[in-house]
Write a protein that binds this ligand. Structure first.
Ligand SMILES: [Zn+2]
Length: 129
């Protein structure tokens, strides 16, 4: 789940490739589906005095979909960690983890799509890079 300033974004696509459902002009953040991912967005500064559009993946409650999110978040954390270090050696070590994480994500994404997404529902092909 993610949010945007009301009216700014027409459509969004999830990391799984599905087109997101949207609830427009919301004042309060929805309690349902509050995830670690959402917390990150909050941390960046969420303004409750404005209206927002909330985008949801239709597969958000799915166990395999949660796994995709976990891998994706781990990937982002690795990138952040790599960015912070001043050590070339540590950077190279983290790069190995990043490459491994990317491979796992691609594999899980492929399997998720085969299981849950009809070919005509996969609108955008997105992998982490
Ligand atoms: Zn999704």
């Amino acid at each position: 789940m993610s949010y945007e300033e009301a009216g700014k974004v027409k459509e969004k696509f999830c990391i799984c490739g599905a087109k997101c459902e949207v609830k427009r002009n919301q004042q309060d953040p929805p309690v349902y589906g509050f995830t670690a991912n959402m917390s990150r967005h909050y941390a960046k500064g969420f303004n409750t005095s404005r209206l927002h559009d909330y985008f949801y993946c239709p597969h958000r409650g799915n166990h395999d979909h949660r796994l995709l999110n976990v891998i994706r978040n781990h990937f982002d954390d690795l990138i952040e960690e790599q960015r912070k270090t001043v050590s070339k050696g540590v950077r190279e070590l983290i790069q190995r983890d990043i490459d491994k994480c990317r491979r796992i994500f691609k594999r899980e994404l492929k399997s998720f799509r085969e299981k849950y997404l009809a070919p005509d529902k996969v609108v955008k092909v997105r992998t982490i890079s």
